[in-house]
Structures are given as C-alpha cells and as structure tokens.
Design a binder for this molecule. Structure first.
Ligand code: FPP
Length: 243
C-alpha cells in the first residue's frame, strides 16, 4: 500500500493525512474483494523496516492501527471477514497486541474473506521464524540439516494454510517487493501501478485483475503442457497442493 506520503505531499498535507486516506482505500478494497468473492486479501501495513521512519510517524501509524481495529472489526465481522495479523507482533505495546488477538478470535469463524494484515512483518523474518519452528517441531533436523526440505519450511511460513497468492499489487510507482511475502510470492503474478494507495479504487482493482487474467501461469512448465491441462504448483506437495 505505497504512496500515502506522496499523495499527501501533492496536496500540501502532512504525511499522516495520506495514511488516514489509506485506511479509506483499505475499507473500499476489502468491500470490493468481498463482492468479487476473492477468498484472501493480504495487506502490507507496516514492515519490519518501517521502524526506521521518524518516531512521530511510527507512533501515529500505531495509533491508526489501534483505531482501525477498535472501529472496524464489527463491520468486518458483519461482512463475514476473518481477520488475521502476521508479523512479529510482540514488538507492539500490550494494548495493541491484545486488540489484535481479540479481533482475530472474534472473527475466526468467518469464511467469506480472509483479510491478513502484515504488521511488523518482513519476508526474511518469516523465513527465519519458519526455520526456528521447523527445528522446534523436529529437533533432529538440527543434527541432520541435510534432511531439511522445502516442505518443512512451507509448513511453517506464515500463511502456510492459505493458497499461494495469485496476484501481487504494488501501488505508488515503485517496482519492487520490499521484503513482503518472499517465500509465498515465488510464482505469484506481479502488478505495479503508479496510482498512490489512497487513490486505489475498486476500478483499479478490476484493472489489476484484468491484467492477471491475461497472464499464462506455467509454474515452470511449457505453454504446450499448460494447454494440455497439466497445471498446479511447480515442486511442492502437501501444504500447497490444495491451492
Ligand atoms: C506506505 O506509504 C504506507 C505505509 C507504510 C503505511 C500503510 C498504512 C495504512 C494504509 C494505514 C493503516 C492500515 C491498516 C490496515 C491498519 P508511504 O508512507 O511509504 O508513502 P510514500 O512512499 O509516498 O512516502
């Protein structure tokens, strides 16, 4: 969700005004996904690197995150949205951590859309925590590292139980992944738009989906194989085959 700061600057407003308008874009995008029967939406709200921003901006972003959870969870619940937060939430204050856990519990039974907020999240962190969890689950892997397979990590990265993402959208004109879902994006279609996040609308979402629909997903196979109906993820079995 990039471009909040530049959206505000263009209007001679403080950066935070852009983040506030960014929340409106979050709300309309969530509604649009529900209407389009999209099963999973994952938003990168705060990266592990965003702590490097000026303290005032970090503090305002935390307040905004709190306010959104306090105000919006009822509406999300009514829409049938299951809320998840991924990332190292222990870095947040107790109040915010409790709000996150309560919001996830409250909406855990919903099935219409899984909305995942990545907060204090980094793709490198995700892979490192997956290694730690794999070793905790199977301590012999520490003695026999040659037995560690991709499937061990695939089971423990965040979103292991979710489908692999079909489409990645980055707003704001930059063309990079910036430590988002590094493991999970291996075969995801990438879409970049110059639109700043606060201006991202359902029509923009439809443009991204239309672009996705033009792509041929080969997962390492040839076009001929795909045309013959051989589909599915490239190399993993288990956790990801149901996607
Ligand atoms: C990047 O734009 C945006 C962020 C670091 C924050 C995103 C947060 C929100 C949209 C609001 C909170 C959302 C939720 C789901 C609670 P930028 O500031 O880097 O923009 P710039 O590149 O134009 O400076």
């Amino acid at each position: 969700m990039d471009g909040n700061g530049r959206w505000a600057k263009k209007r001679h407003l403080p950066r935070f005004a852009g983040h506030k308008r960014g929340v409106d874009a979050v709300r309309s995008t969530v509604r649009a996904c529900v209407r389009r029967n999209i099963s999973h939406l994952t938003l990168f709200a705060f990266s592990s690197e965003n702590w490097r921003r000026p303290a005032e901006e970090v503090s305002l972003l935390m307040k905004l995150f709190r306010a959104v959870l306090e105000r919006d969870v009822d509406v999300l619940h009514e829409q049938g949205v299951r809320l998840r937060v991924i990332g190292d939430i222990e870095a947040f204050d107790d109040h915010l951590q409790n709000l996150i856990l309560r919001s996830m519990e409250r909406t855990a039974g919903n099935t219409r859309l899984t909305l995942t907020i990545a907060a204090n999240y980094g793709g490198h962190w995700d892979i490192a925590q997956a290694v730690r969890r794999a070793l905790a689950e199977t301590p012999e892997l520490a003695v026999h590292p040659e037995r560690i397979t991709e499937a061990h990590l695939a089971r423990h990265v965040t979103l292991a139980d979710a489908p692999e993402p079909d489409l990645f959208i980055r707003t704001g004109g930059e063309q990079r992944i910036s430590n988002f879902l590094l493991w999970q994006l291996a075969y995801t279609e990438l879409y970049f738009t110059d639109t700043f996040w606060p201006d991202f609308s359902p029509a923009e979402l439809d443009k991204a989906i239309a672009s996705y629909q033009q792509r041929e997903r080969r997962f390492g196979r040839t076009s001929e194989q795909v045309e013959a109906g051989e589909t599915g993820p490239p190399y993993l079995s288990g956790a990801h085959t149901e996607c």
